[in-house]
Ligand binder design. Sequence first.
Ligand code: NAD
Ligand code: TDX
Length: 332
Amino acid sequence: MTKILVTGGAGFIGANFVHYTLKNKPDYKITVLDALTYAGSKNNLKAAMDKITFIEGDITDSELVDKLISENEIVVHFAAESHNDNSLLDQWPFINTNIIGTYTILQAVRKHEKRLHHISTDEVCGDLELDDPNKFTESTPYNPSSPYSSAKASSDMLVRAWVRSFGVKATISNCSNNYGPYQHIEKMIPRQITNLLFGQKLKLYGLGENVRDWIHVDDHNSAVHTILEKGKIGETYLIGANGEKSNIEVFNLILKMMGKDNSWLDHVKDRPGHDMRYAIDSSKLQKELGWKPTFTNFEEGLANTIDWYRDNQWWWEPLKAKVEAKYKAQGQ
Ligand code: NAD
Ligand code: TDX
Protein backbone atom coordinates (compact mmCIF):
# COMPACT_ATOMS: atom_id res chain seq x y z
CA MET A 1 0.00 0.00 0.00
CA THR A 2 1.27 3.50 -0.88
CA LYS A 3 0.30 6.15 1.66
CA ILE A 4 -0.97 9.27 -0.08
CA LEU A 5 -1.90 12.61 1.48
CA VAL A 6 -4.58 14.53 -0.43
CA THR A 7 -4.86 18.20 0.52
CA GLY A 8 -8.21 19.81 -0.31
CA GLY A 9 -9.80 16.37 -0.58
CA ALA A 10 -13.18 17.66 0.62
CA GLY A 11 -13.47 20.11 -2.28
CA PHE A 12 -14.78 19.51 -5.80
CA ILE A 13 -11.79 18.00 -7.62
CA GLY A 14 -10.10 16.60 -4.50
CA ALA A 15 -13.24 14.67 -3.43
CA ASN A 16 -13.65 13.30 -6.96
CA PHE A 17 -9.96 12.31 -6.81
CA VAL A 18 -10.61 10.37 -3.59
CA HIS A 19 -13.62 8.55 -5.11
CA TYR A 20 -11.71 7.87 -8.34
CA THR A 21 -8.69 6.52 -6.44
CA LEU A 22 -10.78 4.24 -4.21
CA LYS A 23 -12.49 2.83 -7.29
CA ASN A 24 -9.54 2.51 -9.67
CA LYS A 25 -6.32 2.43 -7.61
CA PRO A 26 -6.83 0.09 -4.65
CA ASP A 27 -3.13 0.18 -3.73
CA TYR A 28 -3.33 3.66 -2.23
CA LYS A 29 -4.06 4.32 1.45
CA ILE A 30 -5.61 7.81 1.53
CA THR A 31 -5.41 10.56 4.16
CA VAL A 32 -7.29 13.78 3.42
CA LEU A 33 -6.21 17.10 4.93
CA ASP A 34 -8.87 19.78 4.49
CA ALA A 35 -9.76 22.93 6.43
CA LEU A 36 -13.46 22.59 5.49
CA THR A 37 -13.75 26.20 4.32
CA TYR A 38 -17.02 27.34 2.73
CA ALA A 39 -15.91 25.31 -0.34
CA GLY A 40 -15.21 22.00 1.40
CA SER A 41 -17.64 19.56 2.96
CA LYS A 42 -17.61 16.09 4.47
CA ASN A 43 -20.78 15.57 2.40
CA ASN A 44 -18.48 15.31 -0.64
CA LEU A 45 -16.78 12.28 0.93
CA LYS A 46 -19.80 10.58 2.48
CA ALA A 47 -19.37 7.30 0.60
CA ALA A 48 -15.60 7.29 1.26
CA MET A 49 -15.33 8.23 4.93
CA ASP A 50 -15.01 4.66 6.27
CA LYS A 51 -12.21 3.90 3.78
CA ILE A 52 -9.96 6.93 4.37
CA THR A 53 -8.45 8.95 7.22
CA PHE A 54 -9.90 12.45 7.36
CA ILE A 55 -8.00 15.24 9.13
CA GLU A 56 -9.62 18.64 9.53
CA GLY A 57 -6.81 21.17 9.43
CA ASP A 58 -5.13 24.00 7.58
CA ILE A 59 -2.28 23.65 5.09
CA THR A 60 -0.67 26.74 6.64
CA ASP A 61 -0.36 24.88 9.98
CA SER A 62 3.31 23.90 9.65
CA GLU A 63 3.37 21.51 12.63
CA LEU A 64 0.37 19.53 11.40
CA VAL A 65 1.57 19.55 7.78
CA ASP A 66 5.05 18.39 8.86
CA LYS A 67 3.59 15.49 10.85
CA LEU A 68 1.20 14.34 8.12
CA ILE A 69 3.81 14.57 5.38
CA SER A 70 6.31 12.61 7.49
CA GLU A 71 3.68 9.81 7.72
CA ASN A 72 2.89 9.63 3.98
CA GLU A 73 4.90 8.82 0.84
CA ILE A 74 3.14 11.01 -1.73
CA VAL A 75 1.34 14.35 -1.44
CA VAL A 76 -1.23 15.45 -4.02
CA HIS A 77 -1.89 19.11 -3.34
CA PHE A 78 -5.37 20.29 -4.40
CA ALA A 79 -6.15 22.65 -1.50
CA ALA A 80 -6.65 26.23 -2.65
CA GLU A 81 -8.98 29.16 -2.69
CA SER A 82 -10.35 28.52 -6.17
CA HIS A 83 -12.93 31.11 -7.21
CA ASN A 84 -11.95 34.10 -9.36
CA ASP A 85 -14.98 36.18 -8.36
CA ASN A 86 -14.14 35.78 -4.66
CA SER A 87 -10.55 36.81 -5.32
CA LEU A 88 -11.81 40.15 -6.62
CA LEU A 89 -13.59 40.80 -3.31
CA ASP A 90 -11.05 39.63 -0.69
CA GLN A 91 -7.50 38.75 -1.63
CA TRP A 92 -5.94 37.61 1.65
CA PRO A 93 -7.35 34.05 1.73
CA PHE A 94 -5.87 33.53 -1.75
CA ILE A 95 -2.42 34.78 -0.71
CA ASN A 96 -2.53 32.82 2.53
CA THR A 97 -3.77 29.45 1.29
CA ASN A 98 -2.43 29.37 -2.26
CA ILE A 99 1.01 30.86 -1.57
CA ILE A 100 1.80 30.42 2.15
CA GLY A 101 0.01 27.05 2.20
CA THR A 102 2.03 25.76 -0.75
CA TYR A 103 5.24 27.09 0.84
CA THR A 104 4.36 25.19 4.05
CA ILE A 105 3.88 21.95 2.09
CA LEU A 106 7.11 22.48 0.15
CA GLN A 107 9.13 22.89 3.35
CA ALA A 108 7.74 19.62 4.71
CA VAL A 109 8.26 17.55 1.52
CA ARG A 110 11.77 18.99 1.34
CA LYS A 111 12.56 18.02 4.94
CA HIS A 112 11.09 14.52 4.69
CA GLU A 113 12.15 13.92 1.05
CA LYS A 114 8.63 13.02 -0.10
CA ARG A 115 7.08 13.09 -3.58
CA LEU A 116 4.76 16.03 -4.33
CA HIS A 117 2.29 16.58 -7.14
CA HIS A 118 1.09 20.17 -7.27
CA ILE A 119 -2.32 20.84 -8.86
CA SER A 120 -2.59 24.09 -10.78
CA THR A 121 -4.58 25.81 -13.45
CA ASP A 122 -4.24 26.95 -17.07
CA GLU A 123 -5.18 30.45 -15.86
CA VAL A 124 -1.54 31.06 -14.88
CA CYS A 125 -0.94 31.70 -18.61
CA GLY A 126 -3.45 34.56 -18.74
CA ASP A 127 -5.80 34.43 -21.71
CA LEU A 128 -5.85 34.06 -25.50
CA GLU A 129 -7.66 36.09 -28.14
CA LEU A 130 -10.73 34.38 -29.62
CA ASP A 131 -9.06 34.10 -33.04
CA ASP A 132 -5.59 33.09 -31.81
CA PRO A 133 -4.63 29.83 -33.60
CA ASN A 134 -2.37 28.90 -30.67
CA LYS A 135 -3.23 27.10 -27.46
CA PHE A 136 -1.38 27.12 -24.13
CA THR A 137 1.63 24.77 -23.98
CA GLU A 138 4.15 24.01 -21.25
CA SER A 139 6.37 26.80 -22.61
CA THR A 140 3.72 29.56 -22.70
CA PRO A 141 4.95 32.40 -20.45
CA TYR A 142 3.06 33.04 -17.23
CA ASN A 143 0.79 36.11 -17.42
CA PRO A 144 -1.99 35.74 -14.82
CA SER A 145 -4.88 38.23 -14.66
CA SER A 146 -6.72 37.82 -11.36
CA PRO A 147 -5.66 37.64 -7.71
CA TYR A 148 -6.66 33.94 -7.86
CA SER A 149 -4.57 33.09 -10.91
CA SER A 150 -1.62 35.20 -9.80
CA ALA A 151 -1.57 33.42 -6.42
CA LYS A 152 -1.70 30.05 -8.23
CA ALA A 153 1.11 31.23 -10.54
CA SER A 154 3.15 32.18 -7.45
CA SER A 155 2.62 28.72 -5.98
CA ASP A 156 3.82 27.08 -9.23
CA MET A 157 6.94 29.26 -9.16
CA LEU A 158 7.68 28.22 -5.58
CA VAL A 159 7.39 24.55 -6.56
CA ARG A 160 9.77 25.04 -9.51
CA ALA A 161 12.30 26.87 -7.30
CA TRP A 162 12.16 24.15 -4.60
CA VAL A 163 12.77 21.51 -7.27
CA ARG A 164 15.77 23.33 -8.68
CA SER A 165 17.32 24.71 -5.50
CA PHE A 166 16.59 21.90 -3.04
CA GLY A 167 16.00 18.85 -5.25
CA VAL A 168 12.39 18.46 -4.14
CA LYS A 169 10.74 15.58 -6.05
CA ALA A 170 7.77 17.43 -7.48
CA THR A 171 5.66 17.56 -10.62
CA ILE A 172 3.09 20.20 -11.58
CA SER A 173 -0.06 20.00 -13.68
CA ASN A 174 -2.08 22.90 -15.08
CA CYS A 175 -5.59 21.88 -16.02
CA SER A 176 -8.43 23.62 -17.83
CA ASN A 177 -12.00 24.17 -16.52
CA ASN A 178 -13.44 21.10 -14.80
CA TYR A 179 -17.07 20.05 -14.63
CA GLY A 180 -18.85 17.17 -12.93
CA PRO A 181 -20.46 16.17 -9.61
CA TYR A 182 -19.72 17.97 -6.31
CA GLN A 183 -18.70 21.27 -7.95
CA HIS A 184 -19.57 24.22 -5.72
CA ILE A 185 -22.66 26.09 -6.92
CA GLU A 186 -20.73 29.37 -7.06
CA LYS A 187 -19.09 28.08 -10.28
CA MET A 188 -20.61 28.67 -13.71
CA ILE A 189 -22.13 25.32 -14.69
CA PRO A 190 -23.60 24.27 -11.31
CA ARG A 191 -24.84 27.81 -10.68
CA GLN A 192 -26.88 27.79 -13.87
CA ILE A 193 -28.25 24.25 -13.42
CA THR A 194 -29.33 24.96 -9.83
CA ASN A 195 -30.80 28.33 -10.86
CA LEU A 196 -33.19 26.55 -13.24
CA LEU A 197 -33.97 23.85 -10.66
CA PHE A 198 -34.78 26.74 -8.29
CA GLY A 199 -37.01 28.57 -10.80
CA GLN A 200 -34.44 31.33 -11.42
CA LYS A 201 -32.89 32.58 -14.66
CA LEU A 202 -29.39 31.81 -15.93
CA LYS A 203 -26.86 34.58 -15.21
CA LEU A 204 -24.50 35.22 -18.10
CA TYR A 205 -21.56 37.60 -17.58
CA GLY A 206 -21.37 40.18 -20.38
CA LEU A 207 -21.96 38.90 -23.90
CA GLY A 208 -20.90 35.34 -23.13
CA GLU A 209 -18.27 35.26 -25.88
CA ASN A 210 -15.61 34.08 -23.41
CA VAL A 211 -14.33 30.59 -24.15
CA ARG A 212 -13.47 27.92 -21.60
CA ASP A 213 -11.86 24.55 -22.37
CA TRP A 214 -14.04 22.05 -20.49
CA ILE A 215 -12.79 18.73 -19.12
CA HIS A 216 -14.65 16.17 -17.03
CA VAL A 217 -13.24 15.99 -13.51
CA ASP A 218 -12.57 12.23 -13.84
CA ASP A 219 -10.35 12.92 -16.86
CA HIS A 220 -8.42 15.49 -14.82
CA ASN A 221 -7.95 12.93 -12.07
CA SER A 222 -6.97 10.07 -14.40
CA ALA A 223 -4.31 12.44 -15.78
CA VAL A 224 -3.05 13.16 -12.25
CA HIS A 225 -2.67 9.41 -11.64
CA THR A 226 -0.81 9.06 -14.96
CA ILE A 227 1.62 11.78 -13.84
CA LEU A 228 2.05 10.13 -10.41
CA GLU A 229 2.89 6.85 -12.14
CA LYS A 230 4.94 7.98 -15.14
CA GLY A 231 5.66 11.72 -14.76
CA LYS A 232 9.24 12.97 -14.76
CA ILE A 233 10.34 14.82 -11.62
CA GLY A 234 10.61 18.58 -12.16
CA GLU A 235 8.29 18.55 -15.17
CA THR A 236 5.07 20.45 -15.79
CA TYR A 237 2.18 18.83 -17.69
CA LEU A 238 -0.83 20.62 -19.16
CA ILE A 239 -4.12 18.72 -18.84
CA GLY A 240 -6.96 19.37 -21.27
CA ALA A 241 -9.42 17.47 -23.45
CA ASN A 242 -10.10 19.76 -26.46
CA GLY A 243 -13.35 20.98 -24.92
CA GLU A 244 -13.43 24.63 -26.04
CA LYS A 245 -16.90 26.18 -25.85
CA SER A 246 -18.08 29.76 -25.52
CA ASN A 247 -20.10 30.50 -22.39
CA ILE A 248 -23.19 31.32 -24.46
CA GLU A 249 -22.92 27.90 -26.17
CA VAL A 250 -22.87 26.18 -22.77
CA PHE A 251 -25.79 28.31 -21.51
CA ASN A 252 -27.83 27.42 -24.61
CA LEU A 253 -27.09 23.72 -24.08
CA ILE A 254 -28.23 23.94 -20.44
CA LEU A 255 -31.44 25.71 -21.50
CA LYS A 256 -32.14 23.11 -24.20
CA MET A 257 -31.37 20.11 -21.99
CA MET A 258 -33.53 21.47 -19.18
CA GLY A 259 -36.45 22.34 -21.50
CA LYS A 260 -36.33 26.16 -21.23
CA ASP A 261 -36.26 28.93 -23.84
CA ASN A 262 -34.19 32.13 -24.12
CA SER A 263 -36.48 34.10 -21.84
CA TRP A 264 -34.72 32.21 -18.98
CA LEU A 265 -31.40 33.94 -19.78
CA ASP A 266 -30.31 37.10 -17.91
CA HIS A 267 -27.27 39.13 -19.00
CA VAL A 268 -25.56 40.43 -15.84
CA LYS A 269 -22.55 42.59 -15.05
CA ASP A 270 -19.31 41.31 -16.54
CA ARG A 271 -16.41 40.11 -14.35
CA PRO A 272 -13.72 42.82 -14.07
CA GLY A 273 -10.59 41.73 -15.94
CA HIS A 274 -12.53 38.76 -17.38
CA ASP A 275 -10.17 36.40 -19.25
CA MET A 276 -11.38 35.93 -22.82
CA ARG A 277 -10.25 32.46 -23.76
CA TYR A 278 -8.41 29.45 -22.34
CA ALA A 279 -7.28 26.56 -24.55
CA ILE A 280 -4.93 23.72 -23.69
CA ASP A 281 -2.60 21.74 -25.90
CA SER A 282 -2.10 18.50 -23.95
CA SER A 283 0.17 16.76 -26.51
CA LYS A 284 3.07 16.45 -24.07
CA LEU A 285 0.95 14.48 -21.59
CA GLN A 286 -0.61 12.40 -24.36
CA LYS A 287 2.62 11.67 -26.27
CA GLU A 288 5.14 11.34 -23.43
CA LEU A 289 2.95 9.65 -20.82
CA GLY A 290 0.27 8.03 -23.01
CA TRP A 291 -2.74 9.65 -21.29
CA LYS A 292 -6.08 10.04 -23.08
CA PRO A 293 -9.37 11.59 -21.97
CA THR A 294 -12.42 9.29 -21.79
CA PHE A 295 -15.23 11.86 -21.62
CA THR A 296 -14.96 13.15 -25.17
CA ASN A 297 -18.67 13.97 -25.56
CA PHE A 298 -19.30 17.22 -23.66
CA GLU A 299 -23.08 17.12 -24.16
CA GLU A 300 -23.26 13.66 -22.61
CA GLY A 301 -21.07 14.73 -19.67
CA LEU A 302 -23.17 17.85 -19.18
CA ALA A 303 -26.41 15.83 -19.26
CA ASN A 304 -25.01 13.50 -16.56
CA THR A 305 -23.98 16.54 -14.50
CA ILE A 306 -27.47 18.04 -14.79
CA ASP A 307 -28.90 14.70 -13.62
CA TRP A 308 -26.50 14.67 -10.66
CA TYR A 309 -27.62 18.12 -9.45
CA ARG A 310 -31.28 17.16 -10.02
CA ASP A 311 -30.83 13.99 -7.96
CA ASN A 312 -28.78 15.60 -5.18
CA GLN A 313 -30.75 18.67 -4.17
CA TRP A 314 -29.99 17.83 -0.49
CA TRP A 315 -26.32 18.49 -1.27
CA TRP A 316 -26.63 21.99 -2.78
CA GLU A 317 -29.97 23.42 -1.67
CA PRO A 318 -28.75 24.59 1.80
CA LEU A 319 -26.03 26.70 0.09
CA LYS A 320 -28.13 28.30 -2.64
CA ALA A 321 -29.67 31.35 -0.94
CA LYS A 322 -26.34 32.56 0.48
CA VAL A 323 -24.45 32.14 -2.81
CA GLU A 324 -27.12 34.02 -4.76
CA ALA A 325 -27.35 36.84 -2.17
CA LYS A 326 -23.60 37.40 -2.57
CA TYR A 327 -23.85 37.50 -6.36
CA LYS A 328 -26.86 39.82 -6.22
CA ALA A 329 -24.91 42.31 -4.10
CA GLN A 330 -22.27 42.36 -6.89
CA GLY A 331 -24.85 42.92 -9.64
CA GLN A 332 -24.34 39.37 -10.91
P1 NAD B 1 -12.67 23.88 -4.33
O1 NAD B 1 -12.77 25.31 -3.95
O2 NAD B 1 -13.91 23.15 -4.71
O3 NAD B 1 -12.00 23.05 -3.15
C1 NAD B 1 -10.90 23.53 -2.43
C2 NAD B 1 -10.73 22.68 -1.17
O4 NAD B 1 -9.58 23.14 -0.46
C3 NAD B 1 -11.92 22.78 -0.21
O5 NAD B 1 -12.27 21.51 0.27
C4 NAD B 1 -11.38 23.66 0.92
O6 NAD B 1 -11.99 23.39 2.18
C5 NAD B 1 -9.92 23.29 0.91
N1 NAD B 1 -9.08 24.36 1.47
C6 NAD B 1 -9.12 25.69 1.16
N2 NAD B 1 -8.22 26.36 1.92
C7 NAD B 1 -7.58 25.44 2.70
C8 NAD B 1 -6.56 25.52 3.65
N3 NAD B 1 -5.99 26.69 3.99
N4 NAD B 1 -6.15 24.38 4.26
C9 NAD B 1 -6.72 23.18 3.93
N5 NAD B 1 -7.71 23.05 3.03
C10 NAD B 1 -8.14 24.17 2.41
O7 NAD B 1 -11.61 23.83 -5.51
P2 NAD B 1 -11.50 22.87 -6.77
O8 NAD B 1 -12.27 23.42 -7.87
O9 NAD B 1 -11.73 21.46 -6.32
O10 NAD B 1 -9.95 23.05 -7.11
C11 NAD B 1 -8.96 22.20 -6.56
C12 NAD B 1 -7.60 22.56 -7.13
O11 NAD B 1 -7.62 22.43 -8.54
C13 NAD B 1 -7.17 24.00 -6.86
O12 NAD B 1 -5.80 24.00 -6.59
C14 NAD B 1 -7.47 24.73 -8.16
O13 NAD B 1 -6.61 25.83 -8.33
C15 NAD B 1 -7.18 23.63 -9.16
N6 NAD B 1 -7.90 23.75 -10.45
C16 NAD B 1 -9.25 23.85 -10.48
C17 NAD B 1 -9.92 23.87 -11.71
C18 NAD B 1 -11.44 23.94 -11.80
O14 NAD B 1 -11.97 24.02 -12.90
N7 NAD B 1 -12.17 23.90 -10.69
C19 NAD B 1 -9.18 23.82 -12.89
C20 NAD B 1 -7.79 23.72 -12.82
C21 NAD B 1 -7.16 23.66 -11.59
O1 TDX C 1 -22.70 32.99 -13.06
C1 TDX C 1 -21.74 32.97 -13.83
N1 TDX C 1 -21.91 33.41 -15.11
C2 TDX C 1 -20.90 33.44 -16.03
O2 TDX C 1 -21.12 33.85 -17.18
C3 TDX C 1 -20.44 32.51 -13.43
C4 TDX C 1 -20.21 32.03 -12.02
C5 TDX C 1 -19.42 32.54 -14.37
N2 TDX C 1 -19.65 32.99 -15.62
C6 TDX C 1 -18.55 32.95 -16.61
C7 TDX C 1 -17.20 33.45 -16.16
C8 TDX C 1 -16.23 32.56 -16.94
O3 TDX C 1 -16.04 33.08 -18.24
O4 TDX C 1 -18.36 31.56 -16.88
C9 TDX C 1 -16.97 31.24 -17.06
C10 TDX C 1 -16.55 30.20 -16.04
O5 TDX C 1 -16.57 30.81 -14.76
P1 TDX C 1 -16.13 30.04 -13.43
O6 TDX C 1 -16.93 28.79 -13.30
O7 TDX C 1 -16.10 31.01 -12.32
O8 TDX C 1 -14.66 29.53 -13.82
P2 TDX C 1 -13.29 30.28 -14.26
O9 TDX C 1 -13.27 31.67 -13.76
O10 TDX C 1 -13.11 30.03 -15.72
O11 TDX C 1 -12.24 29.42 -13.40
C11 TDX C 1 -12.36 27.98 -13.27
O12 TDX C 1 -11.46 27.31 -14.12
C12 TDX C 1 -10.09 27.43 -13.82
C13 TDX C 1 -12.13 27.55 -11.83
O13 TDX C 1 -13.05 28.22 -10.98
C14 TDX C 1 -10.72 27.80 -11.41
O14 TDX C 1 -10.49 27.30 -10.10
C15 TDX C 1 -9.80 27.09 -12.36
O15 TDX C 1 -8.46 27.40 -12.07
